[in-house]
Design a protein. Structure first.
Length: 287
């Protein structure tokens, strides 16, 4: 099998590296040609530039030679950029498995209730509404072509180099407190495991929540990270007075507890890091 990844960021790269044994050829995109050259040298992947200011002319031919397609490039106000440029090539090619990476943000605020894939999406932010539209467009392509399109709604992603311990070490951590607020998280390696399991068991039109087992208050996770790493805790800050970007503040406007039973029962996924405790314990000694 050959793999193509639109958007080789934190998650896409981790998956491609961990599943490298499954694929004869891995091709992927980043937004700038200079980054493409650097990542190609680091990984051995065939890299292309694709983004608002780049579109490598070889991508259409690459897609004709692709069996599994992972889409991690985010949509914009005008829709999904991959479909806008390459829908015809994807329809015509031999691609059998398509994974679209989305977000649990499409569920909106659920008042702290437990939800699963049967919960109707109710996005609050413009960003999440655009994401839900992109999901629908990819699922429509799958229904029209018979290609197995799966949507993966991801919780807050963490992993090597991107986690609460790193933030504490770099002095970027805030211990923001909002009564009753919880978030789910997911280790990037568990996302990779889920994607690999889906390739083994494709189901056209499937939507999966990719999340850990235990939603928790953000300050609780920060406190646990500090204790594990032996680092001082930042002071508590009330959410109402916290200095947050509009995007960060919008996350606190959505409160939900997300179930992951479907990836376990249907795909047979056993999370390596079922809660933040196992995930942070594995990361505490990493530079």
């Amino acid at each position: 099998m050959n793999l193509f990844v639109f958007g080789l960021g934190f998650t896409g790269r981790r998956f491609a590296e961990r599943a490298r044994d499954r694929f004869a050829i891995v091709r992927a995109t980043v937004t700038e040609a200079v980054s493409a050259d650097r990542i190609a040298a680091e990984t051995g992947f065939i890299m292309r530039a694709f983004g608002p200011d780049a579109d490598d002319p070889r991508i259409a031919d690459d897609l004709a030679d692709t069996d599994a397609l992972l889409v991690s490039a985010p949509p914009g106000a005008e829709g999904d950029p991959v479909l806008a440029r390459y829908a015809a090539a994807i329809r015509a090619g031999r691609i059998g498995w398509i994974g679209y990476l989305s977000t649990i943000g499409v569920y909106g605020d659920q008042g702290g209730a437990w939800i699963d894939e049967a919960t109707p999406a109710a996005p609050r932010s413009a960003r999440s509404r655009i994401r839900l539209d992109a999901e629908a467009a990819w699922l429509k392509l799958g229904a029209e072509t018979g290609k197995a399109v799966q949507v993966f709604r991801l919780s807050g992603i963490y992993g090597p180099g991107r986690n609460p311990i790193v933030k504490l070490r770099e002095g970027r951590s805030q211990r923001i407190v909002k009564a009753g607020q919880v978030f789910n998280r997911i280790h990037v390696d568990d996302i990779a495991t889920t994607l690999r399991a889906s390739i083994d068991r494709p189901r056209a039109g499937a939507v999966y929540n990719v999340t850990d087992n235990e939603p928790a208050a953000p300050q609780t996770v920060t406190e646990h990270a500090a204790a594990l790493a032996g680092l001082p805790l930042p002071p508590e800050i009330d959410f109402e007075t916290a200095d947050l970007s509009p995007m960060a503040r919008s996350f606190y406007g959505e409160n939900k507890r997300v179930r992951n039973a479907l990836i376990r029962d249907e795909l047979g996924v056993a999370l390596a890091y079922p809660t933040y405790r196992e995930g942070l314990a594995a990361l505490k000694d990493q530079p």
